[in-house]
Design a protein around this ligand. Structure first.
Ligand code: FAD
Length: 358
Protein backbone atom coordinates (compact mmCIF):
# COMPACT_ATOMS: atom_id res chain seq x y z
CA UNK A 1 0.00 0.00 0.00
CA UNK A 2 1.27 3.46 -0.90
CA UNK A 3 2.03 5.52 2.20
CA UNK A 4 1.86 9.30 1.93
CA UNK A 5 2.88 11.68 4.73
CA UNK A 6 1.38 15.17 4.83
CA UNK A 7 3.45 17.45 7.05
CA UNK A 8 1.27 20.31 8.32
CA UNK A 9 -2.25 20.38 9.69
CA UNK A 10 -3.38 23.55 7.90
CA UNK A 11 -5.84 24.05 5.05
CA UNK A 12 -3.44 23.24 2.21
CA UNK A 13 -2.63 19.87 3.72
CA UNK A 14 -6.27 19.09 4.54
CA UNK A 15 -7.51 19.85 1.00
CA UNK A 16 -4.55 17.94 -0.48
CA UNK A 17 -5.53 14.95 1.65
CA UNK A 18 -9.16 15.15 0.49
CA UNK A 19 -8.07 15.25 -3.17
CA UNK A 20 -5.63 12.36 -2.69
CA UNK A 21 -8.32 10.28 -0.98
CA UNK A 22 -10.43 10.60 -4.16
CA UNK A 23 -7.55 9.88 -6.53
CA UNK A 24 -5.69 7.24 -4.51
CA UNK A 25 -8.51 5.58 -2.54
CA UNK A 26 -6.32 2.78 -1.23
CA UNK A 27 -3.36 4.87 -0.14
CA UNK A 28 -2.54 5.27 3.54
CA UNK A 29 -2.58 9.01 4.31
CA UNK A 30 -0.80 10.12 7.46
CA UNK A 31 -0.64 13.72 8.72
CA UNK A 32 1.91 15.04 11.21
CA UNK A 33 1.82 18.52 12.73
CA UNK A 34 3.98 20.07 15.42
CA UNK A 35 0.94 21.79 16.97
CA UNK A 36 -1.51 20.24 19.42
CA UNK A 37 -4.47 20.42 17.05
CA UNK A 38 -5.75 21.06 13.55
CA UNK A 39 -5.94 24.35 11.70
CA UNK A 40 -2.50 25.91 11.33
CA UNK A 41 -3.13 29.58 10.64
CA UNK A 42 -6.85 28.73 10.53
CA UNK A 43 -6.88 27.68 14.17
CA UNK A 44 -9.69 28.23 16.66
CA UNK A 45 -8.95 28.72 20.36
CA UNK A 46 -11.33 27.91 23.20
CA UNK A 47 -11.70 29.49 26.61
CA UNK A 48 -10.19 27.22 29.29
CA UNK A 49 -13.34 27.94 31.33
CA UNK A 50 -15.98 27.41 28.63
CA UNK A 51 -15.37 25.22 25.60
CA UNK A 52 -18.23 26.92 23.73
CA UNK A 53 -16.46 30.32 23.97
CA UNK A 54 -14.40 30.42 20.74
CA UNK A 55 -11.96 32.82 19.14
CA UNK A 56 -10.31 32.56 15.73
CA UNK A 57 -6.84 33.97 16.31
CA UNK A 58 -5.69 33.66 12.67
CA UNK A 59 -7.92 33.81 9.58
CA UNK A 60 -11.24 35.61 10.14
CA UNK A 61 -13.39 35.34 7.02
CA UNK A 62 -13.52 33.45 3.80
CA UNK A 63 -13.79 36.00 1.02
CA UNK A 64 -14.66 34.74 -2.45
CA UNK A 65 -14.14 37.06 -5.41
CA UNK A 66 -16.58 36.37 -8.30
CA UNK A 67 -13.74 34.64 -10.20
CA UNK A 68 -12.81 32.30 -7.35
CA UNK A 69 -16.46 31.71 -6.42
CA UNK A 70 -16.85 30.27 -9.92
CA UNK A 71 -13.50 28.47 -10.12
CA UNK A 72 -13.93 26.83 -6.70
CA UNK A 73 -17.74 26.55 -6.83
CA UNK A 74 -17.69 22.89 -5.79
CA UNK A 75 -15.66 23.62 -2.63
CA UNK A 76 -17.85 26.61 -1.68
CA UNK A 77 -21.00 24.65 -2.54
CA UNK A 78 -20.04 21.73 -0.27
CA UNK A 79 -18.97 23.96 2.63
CA UNK A 80 -22.17 26.05 2.49
CA UNK A 81 -24.42 22.99 2.02
CA UNK A 82 -22.88 21.30 5.07
CA UNK A 83 -23.13 24.45 7.22
CA UNK A 84 -19.38 24.92 7.61
CA UNK A 85 -19.64 28.33 5.91
CA UNK A 86 -22.50 30.80 6.26
CA UNK A 87 -22.72 34.26 4.70
CA UNK A 88 -21.32 37.09 6.82
CA UNK A 89 -24.33 39.14 7.91
CA UNK A 90 -22.92 41.18 10.80
CA UNK A 91 -21.47 44.65 10.37
CA UNK A 92 -17.72 45.02 9.80
CA UNK A 93 -16.46 48.62 9.86
CA UNK A 94 -13.66 49.48 7.43
CA UNK A 95 -13.60 46.24 5.43
CA UNK A 96 -11.94 46.92 2.09
CA UNK A 97 -12.21 45.15 -1.25
CA UNK A 98 -14.42 44.55 -4.23
CA UNK A 99 -18.15 44.90 -3.52
CA UNK A 100 -18.86 41.79 -5.57
CA UNK A 101 -16.76 39.68 -3.20
CA UNK A 102 -18.86 37.38 -1.00
CA UNK A 103 -17.76 37.01 2.62
CA UNK A 104 -18.44 33.92 4.72
CA UNK A 105 -18.00 33.07 8.39
CA UNK A 106 -17.73 29.74 10.17
CA UNK A 107 -20.38 29.06 12.88
CA UNK A 108 -18.08 26.49 14.55
CA UNK A 109 -14.84 28.45 14.20
CA UNK A 110 -12.46 28.75 11.25
CA UNK A 111 -10.66 25.47 12.05
CA UNK A 112 -13.91 23.66 11.15
CA UNK A 113 -13.01 24.20 7.46
CA UNK A 114 -9.70 22.37 7.93
CA UNK A 115 -11.37 19.60 9.97
CA UNK A 116 -14.01 19.20 7.26
CA UNK A 117 -11.40 18.38 4.62
CA UNK A 118 -9.37 16.23 7.03
CA UNK A 119 -12.48 14.12 7.63
CA UNK A 120 -12.99 13.76 3.89
CA UNK A 121 -9.32 12.74 3.57
CA UNK A 122 -9.78 10.02 6.19
CA UNK A 123 -6.22 10.75 7.25
CA UNK A 124 -4.46 9.41 10.35
CA UNK A 125 -3.42 12.53 12.27
CA UNK A 126 -0.56 12.73 14.75
CA UNK A 127 -0.09 16.04 16.56
CA UNK A 128 2.98 17.18 18.51
CA UNK A 129 5.04 15.62 15.70
CA UNK A 130 7.58 18.31 14.83
CA UNK A 131 9.44 17.14 11.72
CA UNK A 132 13.20 17.68 11.88
CA UNK A 133 14.54 15.88 8.81
CA UNK A 134 13.49 14.17 5.60
CA UNK A 135 16.01 11.72 4.15
CA UNK A 136 16.12 9.50 1.10
CA UNK A 137 15.83 5.90 2.22
CA UNK A 138 16.01 2.41 0.69
CA UNK A 139 13.59 1.38 -2.04
CA UNK A 140 12.92 4.96 -3.17
CA UNK A 141 11.19 5.80 0.10
CA UNK A 142 11.60 8.73 2.50
CA UNK A 143 12.59 8.47 6.15
CA UNK A 144 11.05 11.26 8.21
CA UNK A 145 12.25 11.99 11.75
CA UNK A 146 10.68 14.29 14.35
CA UNK A 147 12.46 16.40 16.94
CA UNK A 148 11.53 13.88 19.61
CA UNK A 149 13.02 11.00 17.60
CA UNK A 150 9.86 9.41 16.18
CA UNK A 151 10.60 8.10 12.69
CA UNK A 152 8.76 6.39 9.89
CA UNK A 153 9.13 5.79 6.15
CA UNK A 154 6.79 6.87 3.37
CA UNK A 155 6.53 6.56 -0.43
CA UNK A 156 5.69 10.25 -0.81
CA UNK A 157 6.08 13.23 1.51
CA UNK A 158 4.26 16.57 1.25
CA UNK A 159 5.50 19.65 3.10
CA UNK A 160 2.97 22.53 3.45
CA UNK A 161 4.43 24.67 6.21
CA UNK A 162 5.54 28.27 5.60
CA UNK A 163 8.60 28.27 3.32
CA UNK A 164 11.14 29.47 5.96
CA UNK A 165 10.15 26.41 8.02
CA UNK A 166 10.75 24.16 4.98
CA UNK A 167 14.19 25.77 4.64
CA UNK A 168 14.85 24.92 8.31
CA UNK A 169 14.57 21.15 7.74
CA UNK A 170 17.67 18.96 7.56
CA UNK A 171 18.57 15.82 5.61
CA UNK A 172 18.19 15.07 1.90
CA UNK A 173 15.47 17.71 1.54
CA UNK A 174 18.03 20.37 2.49
CA UNK A 175 20.67 18.88 0.18
CA UNK A 176 18.26 18.96 -2.76
CA UNK A 177 17.32 22.60 -2.12
CA UNK A 178 20.91 23.72 -1.46
CA UNK A 179 22.20 22.05 -4.63
CA UNK A 180 19.81 24.02 -6.86
CA UNK A 181 20.81 27.70 -6.75
CA UNK A 182 17.69 28.99 -8.54
CA UNK A 183 15.29 26.95 -6.42
CA UNK A 184 17.09 28.02 -3.25
CA UNK A 185 16.92 31.71 -4.13
CA UNK A 186 13.27 31.43 -5.21
CA UNK A 187 12.41 29.80 -1.88
CA UNK A 188 14.36 32.44 0.01
CA UNK A 189 12.44 35.18 -1.79
CA UNK A 190 9.13 34.01 -0.26
CA UNK A 191 8.24 36.45 2.49
CA UNK A 192 5.50 36.82 5.12
CA UNK A 193 4.21 39.59 7.36
CA UNK A 194 4.31 39.04 11.13
CA UNK A 195 1.53 39.85 13.59
CA UNK A 196 0.41 39.15 17.11
CA UNK A 197 -3.15 38.14 17.95
CA UNK A 198 -4.86 38.48 21.31
CA UNK A 199 -7.87 36.39 22.31
CA UNK A 200 -10.01 37.66 25.21
CA UNK A 201 -12.53 35.21 26.66
CA UNK A 202 -15.37 36.53 28.83
CA UNK A 203 -18.07 35.14 31.08
CA UNK A 204 -21.48 34.71 29.58
CA UNK A 205 -23.40 38.00 29.75
CA UNK A 206 -20.30 40.25 29.90
CA UNK A 207 -20.94 43.61 28.21
CA UNK A 208 -18.44 43.90 25.37
CA UNK A 209 -19.50 46.17 22.51
CA UNK A 210 -17.97 47.87 19.49
CA UNK A 211 -19.11 51.29 18.19
CA UNK A 212 -21.96 51.38 15.64
CA UNK A 213 -23.15 47.93 16.78
CA UNK A 214 -20.36 46.41 14.69
CA UNK A 215 -19.14 42.83 15.04
CA UNK A 216 -15.66 43.82 13.86
CA UNK A 217 -13.70 46.86 12.86
CA UNK A 218 -10.46 47.65 11.07
CA UNK A 219 -8.41 50.32 12.86
CA UNK A 220 -6.27 52.64 10.75
CA UNK A 221 -5.01 55.22 13.22
CA UNK A 222 -3.35 53.13 15.93
CA UNK A 223 0.29 51.96 15.93
CA UNK A 224 -0.55 48.69 17.71
CA UNK A 225 -4.10 47.62 16.88
CA UNK A 226 -5.18 46.86 13.30
CA UNK A 227 -8.34 44.77 13.75
CA UNK A 228 -10.79 44.00 16.54
CA UNK A 229 -13.66 41.51 16.35
CA UNK A 230 -16.36 40.33 18.69
CA UNK A 231 -15.77 36.79 17.56
CA UNK A 232 -19.12 35.38 18.73
CA UNK A 233 -21.05 38.14 16.94
CA UNK A 234 -18.96 37.83 13.80
CA UNK A 235 -20.00 34.16 13.64
CA UNK A 236 -23.65 35.00 14.32
CA UNK A 237 -23.49 33.39 17.81
CA UNK A 238 -24.81 36.45 19.66
CA UNK A 239 -26.01 34.46 22.67
CA UNK A 240 -22.65 32.69 23.27
CA UNK A 241 -20.17 33.88 25.91
CA UNK A 242 -18.32 36.84 24.35
CA UNK A 243 -14.85 36.43 22.88
CA UNK A 244 -12.74 39.19 21.38
CA UNK A 245 -9.95 38.87 18.84
CA UNK A 246 -7.43 41.63 18.32
CA UNK A 247 -4.78 41.61 15.58
CA UNK A 248 -1.82 43.93 15.73
CA UNK A 249 -0.61 46.07 12.86
CA UNK A 250 2.12 44.61 10.64
CA UNK A 251 4.71 47.28 11.70
CA UNK A 252 4.08 46.39 15.37
CA UNK A 253 4.44 42.67 14.56
CA UNK A 254 7.71 43.29 12.74
CA UNK A 255 9.13 45.45 15.53
CA UNK A 256 8.36 42.81 18.19
CA UNK A 257 8.88 39.62 16.19
CA UNK A 258 11.81 38.39 18.29
CA UNK A 259 9.90 38.80 21.57
CA UNK A 260 7.75 36.16 23.18
CA UNK A 261 3.93 36.32 23.42
CA UNK A 262 4.31 36.66 27.21
CA UNK A 263 6.49 39.73 26.74
CA UNK A 264 4.10 41.36 24.26
CA UNK A 265 0.82 40.43 25.98
CA UNK A 266 0.85 43.34 28.54
CA UNK A 267 1.36 45.89 25.73
CA UNK A 268 -1.58 44.47 23.82
CA UNK A 269 -3.83 44.36 26.89
CA UNK A 270 -3.08 47.98 27.70
CA UNK A 271 -3.81 49.04 24.09
CA UNK A 272 -7.19 47.27 24.24
CA UNK A 273 -8.13 48.82 27.59
CA UNK A 274 -7.15 52.30 26.35
CA UNK A 275 -9.25 51.83 23.25
CA UNK A 276 -12.22 50.23 25.09
CA UNK A 277 -12.10 51.50 28.70
CA UNK A 278 -15.62 50.24 29.49
CA UNK A 279 -14.91 46.59 28.76
CA UNK A 280 -14.79 44.28 31.81
CA UNK A 281 -11.77 42.15 32.73
CA UNK A 282 -11.62 39.01 30.59
CA UNK A 283 -11.81 35.63 32.29
CA UNK A 284 -8.92 34.28 30.19
CA UNK A 285 -6.41 35.71 27.71
CA UNK A 286 -4.38 34.05 24.96
CA UNK A 287 -1.59 35.80 23.06
CA UNK A 288 -0.44 34.22 19.80
CA UNK A 289 2.57 35.19 17.69
CA UNK A 290 2.18 34.69 13.94
CA UNK A 291 5.79 34.95 12.81
CA UNK A 292 4.62 33.86 9.35
CA UNK A 293 1.24 35.52 9.05
CA UNK A 294 0.30 36.32 5.43
CA UNK A 295 2.40 35.96 2.30
CA UNK A 296 3.77 39.33 1.11
CA UNK A 297 6.01 37.89 -1.61
CA UNK A 298 5.08 34.48 -3.05
CA UNK A 299 7.24 31.93 -4.89
CA UNK A 300 7.93 33.39 -8.37
CA UNK A 301 5.33 32.35 -10.94
CA UNK A 302 2.85 31.12 -8.29
CA UNK A 303 3.21 27.45 -9.27
CA UNK A 304 1.14 26.13 -6.35
CA UNK A 305 3.74 23.47 -5.62
CA UNK A 306 7.29 22.43 -6.43
CA UNK A 307 8.34 18.81 -6.82
CA UNK A 308 11.73 18.03 -5.31
CA UNK A 309 11.75 14.58 -6.93
CA UNK A 310 10.82 11.03 -5.95
CA UNK A 311 7.46 12.02 -4.48
CA UNK A 312 8.78 14.80 -2.25
CA UNK A 313 6.53 17.81 -2.92
CA UNK A 314 6.36 21.24 -1.28
CA UNK A 315 3.32 23.54 -1.27
CA UNK A 316 1.26 25.91 0.87
CA UNK A 317 0.10 29.49 0.52
CA UNK A 318 3.71 30.58 -0.07
CA UNK A 319 3.30 29.17 -3.60
CA UNK A 320 0.03 31.02 -4.30
CA UNK A 321 -1.52 33.58 -1.94
CA UNK A 322 -2.84 33.74 1.61
CA UNK A 323 -6.48 32.74 1.72
CA UNK A 324 -8.71 29.71 1.19
CA UNK A 325 -8.54 29.97 -2.59
CA UNK A 326 -4.75 30.17 -2.46
CA UNK A 327 -4.64 27.02 -0.31
CA UNK A 328 -7.01 25.18 -2.69
CA UNK A 329 -4.88 26.14 -5.69
CA UNK A 330 -1.78 24.90 -3.96
CA UNK A 331 -3.49 21.69 -2.81
CA UNK A 332 -4.64 20.91 -6.36
CA UNK A 333 -1.07 21.36 -7.67
CA UNK A 334 0.43 19.27 -4.85
CA UNK A 335 -2.11 16.47 -5.27
CA UNK A 336 -1.56 16.36 -9.05
CA UNK A 337 2.22 16.06 -8.53
CA UNK A 338 1.86 13.26 -5.98
CA UNK A 339 -0.68 11.34 -8.08
CA UNK A 340 1.59 11.63 -11.12
CA UNK A 341 4.52 10.31 -9.09
CA UNK A 342 2.56 7.42 -7.60
CA UNK A 343 1.13 6.50 -11.03
CA UNK A 344 4.53 6.55 -12.69
CA UNK A 345 6.24 4.71 -9.87
CA UNK A 346 3.89 1.84 -9.52
CA UNK A 347 2.70 1.79 -13.13
CA UNK A 348 -0.66 0.99 -11.64
CA UNK A 349 -3.87 0.95 -13.57
CA UNK A 350 -5.67 3.52 -11.43
CA UNK A 351 -8.31 5.07 -13.61
CA UNK A 352 -7.65 8.58 -12.40
CA UNK A 353 -8.74 11.75 -13.99
CA UNK A 354 -5.50 13.51 -13.03
CA UNK A 355 -3.35 10.58 -14.11
CA UNK A 356 -5.02 10.35 -17.49
CA UNK A 357 -4.74 14.07 -18.17
CA UNK A 358 -0.99 14.22 -17.37
P1 FAD B 1 -0.54 26.71 7.72
O1 FAD B 1 -1.93 26.97 8.14
O2 FAD B 1 0.54 27.61 8.29
O3 FAD B 1 -0.19 25.20 8.02
C1 FAD B 1 1.12 24.75 8.15
C2 FAD B 1 1.19 23.78 9.33
O4 FAD B 1 2.50 23.23 9.39
C3 FAD B 1 0.95 24.45 10.69
O5 FAD B 1 -0.15 23.81 11.31
C4 FAD B 1 2.25 24.22 11.47
O6 FAD B 1 2.05 23.92 12.84
C5 FAD B 1 2.84 23.01 10.74
N1 FAD B 1 4.29 22.90 10.81
C6 FAD B 1 5.22 23.86 10.58
N2 FAD B 1 6.47 23.34 10.68
C7 FAD B 1 6.30 22.03 10.98
C8 FAD B 1 7.21 20.97 11.20
N3 FAD B 1 8.56 21.12 11.11
N4 FAD B 1 6.72 19.74 11.51
C9 FAD B 1 5.37 19.54 11.60
N5 FAD B 1 4.47 20.52 11.38
C10 FAD B 1 4.93 21.74 11.07
N6 FAD B 1 -7.02 33.81 5.15
C11 FAD B 1 -8.29 34.01 4.78
O7 FAD B 1 -8.78 33.30 3.88
N7 FAD B 1 -9.09 34.96 5.37
C12 FAD B 1 -8.63 35.74 6.40
O8 FAD B 1 -9.39 36.54 6.97
C13 FAD B 1 -7.28 35.57 6.80
N8 FAD B 1 -6.77 36.31 7.82
C14 FAD B 1 -5.58 35.94 8.37
C15 FAD B 1 -5.17 36.56 9.56
C16 FAD B 1 -4.00 36.14 10.19
C17 FAD B 1 -3.56 36.81 11.47
C18 FAD B 1 -3.26 35.07 9.64
C19 FAD B 1 -2.04 34.54 10.36
C20 FAD B 1 -3.65 34.47 8.46
C21 FAD B 1 -4.80 34.90 7.80
N9 FAD B 1 -5.24 34.32 6.60
C22 FAD B 1 -6.50 34.56 6.16
C23 FAD B 1 -4.36 33.43 5.82
C24 FAD B 1 -4.68 31.94 6.03
O9 FAD B 1 -4.82 31.68 7.39
C25 FAD B 1 -3.53 31.12 5.42
O10 FAD B 1 -3.37 31.46 4.05
C26 FAD B 1 -3.77 29.62 5.50
O11 FAD B 1 -4.25 29.24 6.76
C27 FAD B 1 -2.47 28.89 5.17
O12 FAD B 1 -2.68 27.49 5.27
P2 FAD B 1 -1.49 26.49 5.00
O13 FAD B 1 -2.03 25.13 5.20
O14 FAD B 1 -0.84 26.79 3.69
O15 FAD B 1 -0.38 26.82 6.11
Amino acid sequence: MTRVLLVGGGLTSAVTGALLRRELPNAELVLWDKARGAGGRMSTSRSPHDSSCLADLGAQYISATPEYAELHASYYGDLVRDGVLTPLTSKVVGMRGNEATKHYVTPSGISSIVKYFMKEANVTTKYEHHVRSVDASEGGRWRVITQSGTEDTFDAVILTMPVPQILGLSGTVKEIIDSDEKLHSNLQSVDYSSRYALGLFYDSGAQVQLPEGAAAQYVTDDPVVRFVALDHRKRGADSAAPAVVMHTSVPFGKAHVEETPDQVKPLLLSSVSEMFPDWPEPKAVKCQKWRFSQVTSAFPGLPGSVSLGRGLVIGGDGFTHSNMDGCIESAEAVAAAVVQYVCSRWKSDYKLRLCISI
